[in-house]
Unconditional design. Structure first.
Length: 136
């Protein structure tokens, strides 16, 4: 996939730095490439559900942001990206020392972009997302 901007990585990193929710979770950008973004998250005991696994809302948040930023890497100058919809499948309890949401663009259109993200707990696939992002 070809980015429309030479400085797509700087655009993504600057936008991510403004996301106070990702900072609150402790999430960081692990990788930015054309049509692909990885977001890393260390385990935190204050982000778990009643059984001690990372809360599904946290998994959804890092997968959604990874999808949005993967979409943004392929958008033209001045674009903003928002989620239109997503579906998250939870596949295994999210118990590990760290997590990685690995997103990639399936199709980048003029207005809508379809992405997928896998969330890994170490080597275990714990969630997968299919999302649609809109360029604003």
């Amino acid at each position: 996939m070809e980015p429309r901007l030479q400085h797509f990585e700087a655009v993504v990193r600057e936008s991510f730095a403004r996301q106070t929710f990702m900072a609150t979770l402790g999430a960081t950008l692990a990788r930015v490439a054309p049509g692909e973004v990885d977001i890393a998250l260390p385990f935190r005991a204050d982000l778990v559900q009643q059984n001690g696994a990372l809360h599904a809302g946290v998994l959804a948040s890092i997968a959604d942001s990874a999808c949005g930023y993967a979409a943004l890497t392929l958008m033209p100058e001045g674009s903003n990206v928002l989620s239109v919809e997503f579906k998250l499948n939870l596949l295994a309890p999210a118990t590990a020392a760290s997590f990685l949401a690995r997103a990639r663009v399936l199709r980048s259109g003029g207005t809508l972009t379809v992405c997928t993200a896998d969330v890994l707990a170490g080597e275990t696939l714990v969630a997968t997302m299919l999302g649609t992002m809109i360029r604003r």
